[in-house]
Design a protein around this ligand. Structure first.
Ligand SMILES: Nc1ncnc2c1ncn2[C@@H]1O[C@H](COP(=O)(O)OP(=O)(O)O)[C@@H](O)[C@H]1O
Ligand SMILES: [Mg+2]
Length: 252
């Protein structure tokens, strides 16, 4: 994958600087700084309501930040003239509840973006979508509607749909929250497989098992502030009791 050589940091694919988001005068994210390096898997954890989804959504401007900077491949994402559709092609999103189109088949869910955003013809989009579905063993389900799929299958379709766009980074919001524990293990395997393939990922979760299985380090978001960015083993022995409690209650 070609890196964009700019005067900025030569390794970070995404640099978030002093990002602030307020909703109705309430600060949801305050002064967030984070780097996502090409090929890395980064995990962001935090209690419900701490601002995790809002932070992810700022990256591709599903949420408009109040202030701060997000540099993606050397360019300011928050600049007024940014092509948001182009940005969303490059920052692939897997939403918590998968956000599949219920009135479209599996195949059409995956090929729609290829047609609309990549302007592929029908045959080309179908070929690319089927190729992506086969990577996730979903070819046999191509003509089904989302309501006919299990949670794990829906999720694989959502991941296939995001990856079909050949994004520079895949962002996953709570990928195991809608799945049972057995399927949660499959998600860890899947993320590790994508990591081996060189896919850059940012994963939000409050599933400590998942975090341990996909990364050594975790960022801890607390009421809109990144309070720690450390190895999970160190966080479970952290000097601040609430951080220790968050990371210390599962050791498996
Ligand atoms: N569109 C919105 N309008 C107003 N408040 C919002 C909106 N989206 C999120 N919030 C608030 O921002 C805070 C963080 O939400 P969120 O980012 O969804 O947290 P998390 O994903 O960590 O559970 C919550 O208090 C939530 O109510
Ligand atoms: Mg959330």
């Amino acid at each position: 994958m070609a890196l964009n050589n700019t005067a900025l940091n030569n390794t970070a694919l995404i640099q978030v600087r002093e990002l602030v988001k307020e909703f109705d005068g309430q600060t949801v994210l305050s002064n967030i700084n984070l780097d996502l390096v090409e090929g890395d898997v980064r995990v962001l954890m935090g209690a419900s309501g701490s601002g995790k989804s809002t932070l992810l959504r700022c990256l591709n401007r599903l949420v408009e930040p109040t202030s701060g900077s997000i540099i993606f491949r050397g360019k300011e994402v928050l600049a007024p003239d940014v092509d948001v559709r182009e940005l969303r092609k490059q920052i692939g999103f897997v939403f918590q509840q998968f956000a599949l189109y219920s009135h479209l088949t599996v195949l059409d869910n995956v090929s729609l973006g290829l047609r609309k955003l990549h302007h592929m013809g029908k045959a080309e989009a179908k070929e690319k979508a089927l190729q992506e579905l086969s990577n996730f063993e979903m070819t046999a389900h191509q003509d089904k509607y989302p309501s006919q799929l299990s949670g794990g299958q829906k999720q694989r379709v959502a991941i296939a749909r995001a990856l079909a766009m050949d994004p520079a980074v895949l962002v996953l919001d709570e990928p195991t929250s809608a799945l049972d524990p057995v399927m949660s293990r499959d998600v860890a395997d899947l993320i590790n497989r994508l990591h081996d393939d060189g896919i850059t990922m940012l994963c939000v979760t409050h599933d400590l098992h998942l975090a341990r299985n996909i990364a050594d380090r975790v960022m801890f978001l607390d009421r809109g502030v990144i309070r720690a960015d450390d190895r999970i083993d160190d966080l479970s022995k952290h000097s601040e009791p609430d951080i220790q409690a968050f990371f210390g209650n599962t050791s498996a």
